[in-house]
Design a protein around this ligand. Sequence first.
Ligand code: TYD
Ligand code: MG
Length: 425
Amino acid sequence: MVDKVRRSAFVCQQCGHAAPRWLGQCPGCGAWSTMVEEALPEPRARAARAGAPGGQKPRPLAAVAAGAALRRTTGLAELDRVLGGGLVAGSVVLVGGDPGIGKSTLALQACGALARQGLPVLYVAGEESPEQVRLRADRLGMAEAGVLVVAETAAEAVAELIGETHPAAVVVDSIQTLHTSALGSAPGSVGQVRESAALLVARAKASGVACFLIGHVTKEGTLAGPRVLEHLVDTVLYFEGDGAHALRVLRAVKNRFGSTNEVAVFEMGEGGLAEVPNPSAAFLAERPAGAPGSAVLATLEGSRPLLVEIQALVSRSGLALPRRTAIGLDPGRVALLLAVLEKRMGLPSARGRALADDVAVWGEVGLTGEVRAVGRSEARLREAARQGFRRCVLPASNARGLAVDGTRAEGVAALEQLFEVLALA
Ligand code: TYD
Ligand code: MG
């Protein structure tokens, strides 16, 4: 009885918090009714599986060879950029995203691109049969011989296959389908997913095989249960987009081998995902000309300047308490900006005026209505010029000495000045 008590714990299926007894509310993330009893792995078994070194002696840091991480290109330039300049041998990359967003497609295309370089890759299909994977590969125009596919859901078997086939990279689609015999709990539970991932991480490190783990995101926006996985892996990428549109954004939220600022943009089409080398043009493609309520912002996604359209609409409300809604922007920030406009500019409602089509703007608005400097204004200006914008209105402190052929950079220090320059006053 005592033994049993020691070898199980109640684990939150959302965040992985473990408690010795059942709780209605998880102390880790505050979620209700998410604690489920799970058997814990035997401590010794776990250490052995993880290949615990044992007997290693500390040595002076200066005596450690500073070997650069071995990187290779995946063959998909945009994916390489988000990974920080290519795939690092022995690294584990978690790719999260909503079901249907295109994770399997991206992973299979990366496999194809690696195989085309003559590198062997292993695709572990837990959700689909090899036949289904083959159908998708045909659709993507990549029936390369170098891609090995196997339908396997036992983590130990996958680890063994990695040792046997020694691929350059392995894709596990998805990590939620894996289970390990080290635990008694049901497949899909947090404990199973975490232990399976830990086993593969240890194997990837030991063998130098790069590993992509694919994970689904729940409605709440967390990787189904295992946010704990994010701590285990080297890199966490999120694949995002909106089902109604073909554009998909891949962003790094954690990267031990590079910046977390990089984003890549893809477009889902008949033949799979196509890299979008010019996202600004894609984001501006449907912009209306001469319409009030539309402005182009030169923003930054990581280090990359990106032009996006921001739209606003004001209409008379039939409600006793009129509503404000923001989609794709932080509603709190929108409320703050509107408050500044009302207080500092005496602007209670919309003016219904359109901005010129060739104007792009950027800057940070302070609470007193001042326009503050932002980073990388020159890169933003160049991107705007490249997309054919002839006038840019930006923070005065950024505008000094800034010049790009054919595009005027006009500095403003406060909102009043912005309104004058844009003829909105
Ligand atoms: P998938 O990669 O299966 O998504 P996930 O693994 O994230 O669940 O892709 C799902 C969607 O992508 C599916 O609705 C079909 C669409 N799709 C295309 O539009 N073109 C293609 O070439 C492929 C392979 C898929
Ligand atoms: Mg899938």
